[in-house]
Design a protein around this ligand. Structure first.
Ligand code: ADP
Ligand code: MG
Length: 141
């Protein structure tokens, strides 16, 4: 487990940028943290590390945003997902084997068993003030 402190959005992006060194295709990031915690900003930092120039925006409406770089990013919002069947039907499992890291907002909703092919990281972002955040990264698989 690693613990970081962020005082601004640039800090959060830098923490994510450095962490991205560890990532490889088919790894999964399960985010924990309320709305406005900084999950999308963390994903922006990973995108920079992968040489992705497209702007990373919230996947709230699209459910999945795809970004292509040295490693791709498949950025999910599972706010409305509550069962394995729903996860399956949005094509979640089709994103493995496509040279991407899956970054998953509202992963709290995956409260059922899923077999992930590679490493899985839990990234918890807790608001400790207006612009301060505690970021905890745990490798869970
Ligand atoms: N240290 C920080 N890290 C990340 N975001 C921050 C920080 N301080 C303030 N913010 C603000 O919090 C919000 C985080 O937004 P976003 O990354 O979209 O959150 P989430 O995806 O968790 O809902 C943005 O408005 C951002 O400007
Ligand atoms: Mg978001």
């Amino acid at each position: 487990m690693e613990k970081f402190f962020s005082d601004c959005v640039n800090d959060t992006e830098k923490i994510a940028f450095d962490f991205a060194n560890k990532l490889k295709a088919d790894d999964v990031i399960l985010y924990r943290g309320e709305m406005g915690a900084g999950k999308t900003y963390f994903t922006k930092g990973i995108a920079k590390a992968f040489g992705i120039e497209d702007e990373v925006t919230s996947p709230t409406f699209a459910l999945i945003n795809e970004y292509y770089g040295k490693i791709n990013i498949f950025h999910f919002d599972l706010f409305r997902i509550s069962s394995f069947d729903e996860l399956y039907s949005i094509g979640f499992f089709d994103y493995f084997g496509r040279n991407g890291v899956l970054c998953i907002e509202w992963s709290e909703n995956i409260n059922f068993e899923v077999d992930y092919p590679e490493s899985v990281y839990l990234v918890s972002i807790n608001k400790s003030g207006e612009t301060s955040r505690e970021i905890i990264i745990e490798k869970v698989k």
